[in-house]
Design a protein around this ligand. Structure first.
Ligand code: UD1
Length: 341
């Protein structure tokens, strides 16, 4: 049993729920909070089934300082992993204030409350979106931030800036930002996975929803990019691999070279959108109705991770393949469909 007690904000969400499984299975005590603004109890129920434990969960908003103060006072948290954030690129363009208010308000309120209760380990869910379209396609953490493509991307950059400033001012605070590439897949138990709100924006949920018959047709955006098949290149990482990186970050946070470090979390392999679609068809044997269409506005042509720093300093690397990601995503979609009937 670890002596650390971990708070996961946004605990009912996709990545947090998978991360909670890994922490619990490694013997950590975890506390989850969520305001259910973009989630519900579905994944918490799955999480309890997988781990065969009763989850310590509290409903509340990360911008509610009183809620957080009471929580830190009562729960004796040692480390925080901050997942809670809005993440739709499209919605952020339509409703930028929602994104600035929620994504910046929650991180600053959390950090204020942590300071009061002397909690000094903070792991942040960042994104490869902070790089914009990098000059070096296999990007490492030293790449400069280009202008963000969306308000969502800007909030991730701004949060990292907040963390830079607070760690300069407070040497006791230890921060790790984890820059996720494209998280996909689901827990192999098919008891937790991604639950998109409305029509999915992201590729893999759109693929699986089309395959199950919820959507008529998948549209693959762009055929004239400067890539081998003309579609965009991304680094698709299995959510369970991603989850395990958080455990390693929590274990190693006090041994980092500085008190504010960032890590790329990706496989290191770039895959095109069309390769992924073809692989899905090959693995599942499902006939997928898809068409190639013009580019989607705001998409970056190609980016994938150089994950060497995470391997060196966290001892982490991905273990699961794209095939496993797609198989697990498909199992989860089938589980959702079976439970709707
Ligand atoms: C975006 C964000 C990322 C964020 C993620 C989660 C950027 C650069 N990236 O990733 O930071 O964490 O969303 O919301 O802002 N595609 C199709 N058809 C579809 C859906 C997607 O062809 O129906 C294509 C896209 O054009 C893109 C690729 O699939 O080329 C991946 O798209 P998506 O899954 O939305 O992720 P990103 O845009 O890479």
């Amino acid at each position: 049993m670890s002596t650390k007690k971990i708070l996961l904000t946004g605990g009912a969400g996709y990545i947090a729920s998978h991360t909670a499984v890994e922490f619990i299975q490694q013997g950590y005590e975890v506390v989850l909070i969520d305001d259910f603004s973009k989630s519900d109890r579905t994944l918490l129920n799955g999480l309890e089934k997988i781990t065969n434990t009763k989850i310590r969960f509290f409903e509340g908003d990360c911008r509610d300082e009183k809620f957080l103060d009471e929580l830190f006072d009562r729960e004796k948290i040692t480390s925080v992993i901050h997942f809670a954030a809005y993440k739709s690129v499209n919605e952020s363009v339509r409703e930028p204030l929602l994104y600035y208010d929620n994504n910046l308000g929650s991180i600053t309120t959390l950090l204020k409350s942590m300071k009061k209760f002397d909690v000094h380990e903070f792991i942040f869910s960042s994104s490869c979106t902070v790089y914009g379209q990098p000059d070096v396609i296999q990007v490492d953490e030293s790449a400069p931030f280009k202008k963000a493509e969306s308000p969502y991307g800007a909030t991730k950059q701004m949060c990292e800036r907040v963390l830079e400033d607070v760690t300069l001012a407070n040497k006791n605070l230890k921060v790790i930002s984890l820059r996720y590439f494209n998280p996909v897949g689901a827990h192999p138990s098919a008891l937790i996975g991604e639950v998109p709100l409305g029509v999915p924006n992201n590729l893999v949920p759109y693929v699986t929803q089309t395959a199950i018959g919820l959507r008529q047709k998948l549209t693959a955006f762009g055929s004239d990019y400067n890539t081998p098949d003309g579609s965009c290149i991304r680094d698709f990482i299995h959510v369970v691999d991603l989850a395990q990186a958080h455990v390693m970050a929590a274990e190693k946070i006090s041994q980092m070279p500085t008190n504010n470090e960032a890590f790329n979390l990706g496989t290191g392999d770039g895959v095109t959108v069309l390769e992924l679609v073809r692989k899905f068809i090959e693995i599942t044997g499902v006939k997928l109705n898809f068409e190639v269409a013009p580019r989607r506005e705001g998409d970056i042509e190609k980016v994938y991770a150089n994950p060497a720093k995470a391997k060196k300093l966290l001892g982490w690397q991905t273990k699961l393949s794209l095939e496993e990601s797609l198989r697990d995503a498909w199992r989860w979609e089938q589980h959702l469909a079976a439970n709707k009937k």
